[in-house]
Design a protein around this ligand. Structure first.
Ligand SMILES: Nc1ncnc2c1ncn2[C@@H]1O[C@H](COP(=O)(O)OP(=O)(O)OP(=O)(O)O)[C@@H](O)[C@H]1O
Ligand SMILES: [Mg+2]
Length: 254
């Protein structure tokens, strides 16, 4: 299964990716986390790695040369990419969790990020998973990735929704775009929820927009503390709550 985790900037996508990946790993899945966010670079720290993987875009000589070199001999030129085909500097492993990164914007005036969108789309399309393998994609914020077709081979979209209203508007757009390309499994997970009253309100608003809510993660001081420290995600209440989210996702896709 290939799961894309989307939502408004700062809604908690990377946090949810990390929580889901750890929980899926604890249940025996081989989990590949795909960092497809070209702007933010802290995911590797949350997952407990000391350094980021060498971005896949380097396999084709960086952003500028992507178009010319996509079909030259390297793993990205293969028709189907198994996780074990990805060369080690580009695939980090830690306690059975695996991480690849598409590429990051490093310099000003570097040009637009479209080549990374192309690479994300092609990599995810070619990525061939075995039955016990799960790919969880940390998407860039917002909806532009849909315009680039990154989701064409994704089975399930999990939209992270936090209390501010804009988050609901982004969720609605994502829901419609995902449905528009035929993705059947599109769900929302509430995040940073401070009270049951807010949870009910968010759920109601999402229901009005035709979006199915599959779980709720409360505001977790441990999660917030880890973001201040900049290291591995601390296991607080959120790590318990993600169990129900994963259960719901797995039961709805089996
Ligand atoms: N359940 C939670 N409880 C408390 N804080 C949270 C929770 N989820 C996320 N946060 C905090 O919210 C901030 C944003 O989270 P995160 O980086 O996961 O969001 P994001 O959607 O990946 O952001 P970006 O769009 O910048 O990539 C971080 O400081 C994180 O610690
Ligand atoms: Mg993020």
């Amino acid at each position: 299964m290939k799961i894309s985790v989307c939502g408004k900037g700062g809604s908690g996508k990377s946090t949810v990716v990390t929580l889901l990946a750890s929980e899926a790993r604890a249940r025996g899945y081989q989990v590949l986390v795909v960092d497809s966010d070209e702007s933010n670079s802290g995911l590797f720290l949350m997952l407990g790695f000391d350094q980021p993987p060498v971005p896949l875009i380097e396999l084709v000589g960086g952003k500028r040369r992507l178009k010319q070199k996509m079909d030259q001999p390297n793993v990205l030129g293969e028709a189907s990419i198994g996780i074990d085909h990805i060369p080690p500097p580009h695939l980090l492993k830690r306690d059975g969790l695996m991480l690849v990164s598409i590429g990051k914007i490093l310099q000003s005036l570097e040009g637009c990020a479209c080549p990374m969108g192309v690479l994300s789309r092609e990599f995810l399309k070619k990525l061939a998973l075995k039955a016990d393998e799960l790919a969880i994609v940390d998407m860039e914020a917002g909806v532009e990735h849909f315009g680039r077709g990154v989701e064409t081979s994704i089975d399930s979209v999990l939209i992270v929704v936090e209390p501010p209203f804009e988050s609901l508007e982004v969720a609605e757009k994502i829901h419609n775009l995902a449905a528009g390309i035929g993705i059947g499994n599109v769900w929302a997970v509430l995040n940073k929820v401070p009270s049951e009253e807010i949870a009910r309100k968010l759920e109601e608003e999402l229901r009005k927009r035709g979006i199915d809510v599959i779980g709720c993660i409360h505001l977790d001081p441990e999660v917030f503390k880890s973001s201040v420290e900049g290291g591995i995600l601390r296991k607080g209440k959120a790590a318990q709550e993600i169990k129900d989210v994963l259960d719901s996702m797995l039961s709805r896709t089996s």
